[in-house]
Ligand binder design. Structure first.
Ligand SMILES: CC(C)(COP(=O)(O)OP(=O)(O)OC[C@H]1O[C@@H](n2cnc3c(N)ncnc32)[C@H](O)[C@@H]1OP(=O)(O)O)[C@@H](O)C(=O)NCCC(=O)NCCS
Length: 193
């Protein structure tokens, strides 16, 4: 399968044809059954899931993998597995939020990594490749991202990507008065030229 090792546009375009993106250190790819176990461990880790309403049961974790994998199979893009030297680190990629909000419809960029992968720049590096795909291949005019207000690590990724804070909103799928209901919305526009 094609794999590029840096960001130049031509190399990225070659990589896109195999539903796989590459960066200097990482591969973003379709899910396999071997990813189910490390993903379930991640979803059961309270620190990884600190800013989500709850941790994932094994069934929820498998259902997430099924959905993410089906989306990539159908569209060629989505929430890709991120691996480094064959090791599962987490996921990063693009998705279409299903809830109703005044800033939707749109395409969101998101990420979730196992703790051992934090603090190495992996999320930002993977997200840059996903953003390049969104702008160069899908030709999207804009990409959104959102998280709960207190998720400073995730907000820092958004800011490193050059995304700007647009507004705060209450996530409609999180119950009123839940501490994680207040969210921040970030956005980045397709570079001109
Ligand atoms: C959000 C999340 C992906 C951010 O991970 P992260 O490791 O902080 O972000 P990055 O991978 O971009 O790494 C940046 C850090 O790596 C450091 N770093 C180390 N080596 C680096 C390198 N070679 N290149 C770039 N940065 C490097 C940076 O200095 C930065 O450190 P800092 O946090 O002390 O400032 C991670 O915390 C996570 O998965 N959280 C749980 C899930 C979650 O909340 N997801 C978001 C829901 S919306």
């Amino acid at each position: 399968m094609p794999l590029c090792r840096s960001h130049p546009e031509a190399a990225l375009k070659r990589a896109y044809s195999g539903w796989m993106l590459g960066t200097d250190r990482l591969v973003l790819r379709q899910w396999t059954d071997a990813d189910r176990e490390p993903f379930a461990l991640m979803g059961a880790d309270p620190e990884v899931m600190r800013f989500f309403p709850s941790r994932l049961t094994e069934e929820q974790s498998d259902a997430f993998v099924d959905r993410a994998s089906l989306h990539i199979a159908k569209h060629g893009w989505g929430l890709w597995v991120v691996e480094r030297e064959g090791e599962f680190l987490g996921f990063c990629g693009l998705s279409v939020p299903k809830f109703e909000a005044d800033f939707l419809p749109g395409v969101e960029i998101g990420w979730r990594f196992a703790q051992h992968a934090w603090g190495k720049g992996s999320a930002t590096e993977a997200a840059r490749a996903a953003l390049a795909y969104a702008f160069d291949v899908l030709a999207l005019p804009e990409v959104l991202s959102f998280t709960t207000v207190c998720n400073t690590r995730s907000r820092a990724v958004m800011e490193r990507l050059g995304m700007r804070h647009v507004q705060n909103f209450d996530h409609p799928n999180i119950e009123p008065r839940h501490p994680q209901r207040p969210h921040v919305l970030y956005s980045v526009s397709r570079p001109s030229g």
